[in-house]
Ligand binder design. Structure first.
Ligand code: HEM
Length: 403
């Protein structure tokens, strides 16, 4: 994503606030996604720094400042949530890139469609799907967790919620990857074009039907007493797909990598499965995966710096989880820690509407997996590599267990 060109330092950025940090390719990321961001919390690094990479933008390095900026839609707009800004300009998606008062009506359509059904049907579906996936490899004593499980479960559940065919998962993943971790083979506009061409026939069918899936609820909804326009429908549906396809996949990767490397933690959950819900919160605290931006609405002073209207500020949730000013020993996972208040799902009006679904999928995965495969480890010699992007990634996770 980032080119070799470095932006010139603007007049409002003092030299001592400049760091060389590429959010898409931070130094050392192949060895650890969260660890690569720690350079921004080294002694002496201010709470707000500026990097010339990706067209030049600010980065918040500490949890306290991030907690204030996330919900402050008055000063910081969601118009730009992706860097570089020139790409963020194209990435206009409902409801995420809207501010108050326009955001609320679109958000409520999304929330209505995502709300869990009043019975336990969705939990049952997740549990059955998880066990079906585990059935396929449990007797092998080995799997690549990323492709055999993490990339399978959330997509199967999500395609059920939006009522799209399971066999479309690979192409949806390909386009989503090119937006979330672009490798230069497809522009943002091309990936968006594929999504739109794919989605429109499905949307038309839902407009004529009476389905209760997420896409039907959204496209038949109304905003300000009028039906949605075609671009609004496409945008809302594409955002729901993007939000649901990549985030849980990668969070699960970090969770299983941690449990493979830390048998004591794993044994705690095997022995006391009733602690799994609280453990999921601590794991969300320690392994947030999302990098999201904001655009400064009007000149504002922040951490003693003058931020100019139009400046872009990066909120890397990874840094909220590793801040030793916000908690003691932040790199340690402690299932007894009271992990409330983490920023893994953001904060304020854009707080992740998929949080309940994500928590449920991770909890049920841990419950079912640890019951059936309590004792697992990294495959001997496995080389684990990571990437950064709008979502942090564990590339491949080969696991083994006794059979
Ligand atoms: C572990 C899994 C997940 C993580 C870590 C995560 C993280 C986040 C974060 C940090 C935000 C805030 C963005 C901002 O402030 O601009 C967000 C928003 C959002 N997420 Fe998630 N998410 C997850 C799962 C999901 C799922 C399963 C969906 C499915 C629909 C989803 C859909 C969305 C949408 C549509 C928004 C934008 C909401 C708005 O702007 O009002 N997310 N997510």
């Amino acid at each position: 994503m980032s080119g070799p060109v470095l932006a010139d330092r603007p007049a409002n950025v003092p030299a001592e606030r400049v760091v060389d940090f590429d959010v898409y390719d931070p130094a050392g990321v192949a060895d650890g996604f969260h660890e690569a961001f720690l350079a921004l919390q080294a002694p002496g690094v201010p709470d707000l720094v500026w990097t010339p990479r990706n067209e030049g933008h600010w980065i918040v390095t500490r949890s306290e400042l991030m907690t204030r900026i996330f919900p402050d839609s008055g000063a910081y707009s969601n118009r730009i949530i992706v860097i570089p800004k020139s790409v963020g300009e194209q990435h206009q998606m409902l409801p995420t890139t809207l501010d108050p008062p326009n955001h609320a009506a679109y958000r409520s359509l999304l929330q209505a469609g995502l709300a869990p059904p009043p019975n336990l049907a969705r939990e049952d579906l997740i549990r059955r799907t998880a066990n079906g996936l585990i059935d396929a490899f449990i007797h092998d004593g080995a799997c690549n967790f990323t492709t055999a499980y993490a990339e399978q479960l959330p997509i199967r559940i999500f395609l059920g919620i939006v009522d799209l065919p399971l066999e479309d998962a690979p192409k949806l993943k390909l386009w989503s990857d090119q937006i979330v971790h672009p490798d230069g083979t497809m522009t943002y506009a091309e990936a968006e074009g594929h999504f739109h061409a794919y989605l429109w026939p499905h949307i038309e069918a839902r407009l004529a039907g009476d389905g209760t899936d997420l896409l039907s609820v959204m496209v038949r909804g109304q905003v300000d007493g009028r039906p949605l326009s075609r671009p609004e429908m496409l945008s809302l549906c594409m955002q729901a797909l993007l939000g649901g396809l990549d985030t849980i996949v990668n969070f699960l990767g970090f969770v299983f990598l941690f449990l493979a490397r830390n048998p004591d933690h794993r044994r705690q959950l095997v022995a006391q499965p009733e602690r799994i819900s609280a453990a999921v919160e601590e794991l969300l605290r320690r392994f947030p995966v999302v990098n999201v931006a904001r655009e400064v609405r009007a000149d504002v002073v922040c951490d003693g710096m003058l931020l100019k209207a139009g400046d872009v500020v990066m909120l890397s949730t990874a840094l909220a989880g590793t801040d030793e000013r916000a908690m003691s020993c932040p790199m340690d996972v402690d299932f007894n820690r009271r992990a409330g208040g983490h920023l893994a799902f953001g904060k304020g009006i854009h707080f992740c509407p998929g949080a309940h679904l994500a928590r449920t999928e991770v909890r049920i995965t841990l419950e079912e997996w640890l019951k059936r495969i309590p004792d697992f480890a990294l495959a001997p010699g496995a080389l684990i590599t990571f990437r950064s992007g709008i979502v942090g990634t564990v590339d491949r996770l080969p696991l083994v267990w006794p059979v």
